[in-house]
Design a protein around this ligand. Structure first.
Ligand SMILES: NC(=O)c1ccc[n+]([C@@H]2O[C@H](COP(=O)([O-])OP(=O)(O)OC[C@H]3O[C@@H](n4cnc5c(N)ncnc54)[C@H](OP(=O)(O)O)[C@@H]3O)[C@@H](O)[C@H]2O)c1
Length: 311
């Protein structure tokens, strides 16, 4: 196939802000064009909105493949844009290493009482829990979970993975299907949330699941805020029902000033910074370059979206 014509959208964009994406397309063997120039494929920029994406695709019926810049694509699937008429790829797995790093950071910070200790103005009592030789449960069995299992291996944890298709994963003691979630919660010192947001996984951690968790357990969410019922979490934390929650994502997001989670001593909150723009850039560029090369060669693409499953 001759060099594929790859539109970069939305147009117009600031070339200085998008030059790394243009470079990735060229290095992958593509010819960058603007979305109104008859493209074979569309690479969508991180700052393009789903509404702009819909308009761009309506104006570009020849686009056979769309590359999205995020790992979680629920804002696009909600608009009904992701259908089997085109091939869709996203950044699933691309940011996994740094997001897993952040999940481990939140877990260790919680277990070692970081919030209490770093805010302290006097010596206080000795407290803290080790992660070594403990049981953990991870919701999701994708890129983040694979990276997290590798980071957790030196801690000799016994990991249970809960995923939609219960295929085994290297580093996990067992993998179970979503229906078995409630049985996978008791006994876990840390419950990590690292799965895709779909209608089935919205509110997957609610009052019942928080009740099933141990009193010394930490909940760590690095996926999407709506996976967790925020009101139920606020209640569970205030009641000391679980030891704490490390949250990189919240519902609502951004978490408004004055929200009870800000002053909850058992909550550790980071503002959706598990992957910052500096971390995203090289990882997304690598995905785009690889996929443009695969597209040009007629090979299977990386980060393929299952349009029926919605992730
Ligand atoms: N905090 C951040 O900055 C940040 C950064 C990147 C990603 N994220 C979020 O993290 C999510 C995971 O990222 P990733 O790269 O690991 O994506 P991924 O490779 O697409 O993994 C998604 C996982 O979700 C699982 N899943 C989907 N529906 C499920 C269900 N009903 N029950 C149980 N598991 C289900 C899938 O299970 P199967 O494997 O069985 O299909 C898959 O393992 C993304 O979708 C995104 O929302 C957040």
């Amino acid at each position: 196939m001759p060099s594929p014509r790859i539109a970069i959208g939305p147009a117009p964009y600031d070339p200085a802000a998008a030059d790394w994406i243009v470079r990735a397309v060229v290095e992958g063997g593509g010819t960058p064009v603007t979305p109104d120039e008859g493209a074979d494929a569309l690479v969508w920029l991180p700052f393009g909105s789903p509404d702009q994406l819909r308009q761009t695709l309506e104006a570009e019926p020849g686009v056979r493949w769309v590359q999205l810049p995020f790992a979680g694509i629920e804002r696009v699937t909600k608009l009904g844009l992701v259908t089997s008429e085109r091939t869709w790829t996203c950044a699933k797995g691309s940011y996994a290493d740094v997001v897993a790093e952040h999940a481990l950071f939140l877990a260790l910070a919680g277990l070692r009482r970081a919030r209490t200790r770093f805010d302290a103005t006097s010596w206080g009592e000795a407290a803290g829990t080790t992660l070594f030789d403990q049981r953990v449960t991870i919701l999701g069995g994708g890129g983040i979970t694979e990276s997290l299992l590798a980071l957790l291996a030196p801690f000799r944890v016994e990991a249970t993975v809960v995923r939609r298709r219960p295929e085994p994963l290297a580093g996990a003691a067992r993998t179970v299907a979503t229906e078995a979630l409630d049985e996978a919660l008791p006994g876990a010192l840390v419950v990590f949330v690292a799965l895709a947001l779909t209608p089935e996984t919205t509110g997957i951690i609610g009052a019942r699941q928080l009740e099933l968790m141990d009193r010394d357990a930490w909940l760590v969410n690095v996926a999407r805020g709506p996976h967790v019922d925020t009101d139920a979490l606020v209640t569970a934390l205030a009641a000391g029902q679980i030891a704490g929650a490390g949250l990189d994502v919240t519902d609502p997001e951004p978490l408004p000033d004055g929200h009870p989670l800000w002053t909850e001593p058992r909550a550790l909150i980071t503002p959706h910074t598990a992957d910052t723009a500096d971390m995203i850039r090289p990882r997304l560029a690598a995905r785009i370059k690889a996929n443009v090369a695969h597209f040009a060669a007629g090979e299977p693409l990386e980060g393929l979206v299952d349009s029926a499953a919605g992730y």
